[in-house]
Design a protein around this ligand. Structure first.
Ligand SMILES: [Zn+2]
Length: 196
């Protein structure tokens, strides 16, 4: 965010760049996951990033091609910025729930219609997130992320949490059936669909 130089800094200000015109650019990062790199002016940067998740020209076809050689589970793959750039832990969980895909499903086992649904789900999640702080804003309600123990908004099954590659994953074991039996849990109490 841009502020006047010397103005009080927001709580999670991690770095400040002061400009000659009396303004300062403040890097605000509440989760301390971001980084800043300094490069000479006009340097050519190869960030090794995959397509931008918000790019309308990024197709399901491209996603399918990128997933085909991967044997690992889909959820950590979606967080790999070389596969697709711009998806964080929350968006990845929300997208998989929306597409009814298990976070444990191996990338190369996903069928083409599932990948098409996933591409659309990512779009829908990002569109919904645009302009709001997905985690703090009352106007946006998360569908699955951080809802462990709560009923699935679609089917009422209790949302479960697992840890994959060091990150929390939330999923509905009913809507997002796991390919591997070990991922299915015994806590499947069906509850009435809650009002939204
Ligand atoms: Zn469900």
């Amino acid at each position: 965010m841009l502020v006047e130089t010397g103005a009080p800094l927001p709580k999670f200000a991690r770095a400040v760049l002061d400009f000659d015109d009396g303004s300062s650019l403040v890097f605000v990062d509440s989760r301390a996951l971001g980084t800043i790199d300094l490069h000479p002016a006009d340097a050519e940067l190869d960030l090794g990033l995959g397509p931008d998740a918000a790019d309308p020209e990024w197709t399901a076809e491209q996603l399918a091609t990128a997933l085909a050689p991967r044997r690992g589970p889909i959820k950590p793959a979606l967080l790999d910025q070389r596969l697709v750039a711009g998806l964080g832990n929350i968006y990845a969980a929300e997208s998989l729930w929306r597409a009814r895909i298990s976070p444990f499903a191996p990338c190369n086992a996903l069928r083409r219609p599932q990948i098409t649904k996933l591409r659309k789900a990512i779009d829908a999640v990002l569109v919904r997130a645009t302009g709001s702080r997905y985690t703090d804003d009352d106007t946006v309600t998360l569908d699955v992320y951080d809802r462990e123990g709560l009923p699935c908004r679609r089917c009422g099954t209790t949302i479960e949490r697992a840890v994959q590659a060091g990150r929390s994953t939330y999923y509905c074991p009913q809507c997002q059936p796991a390919a591997a039996p070990k991922a299915v849990s015994a806590t499947k109490g069906k509850r009435p669909r809650p009002a939204r």
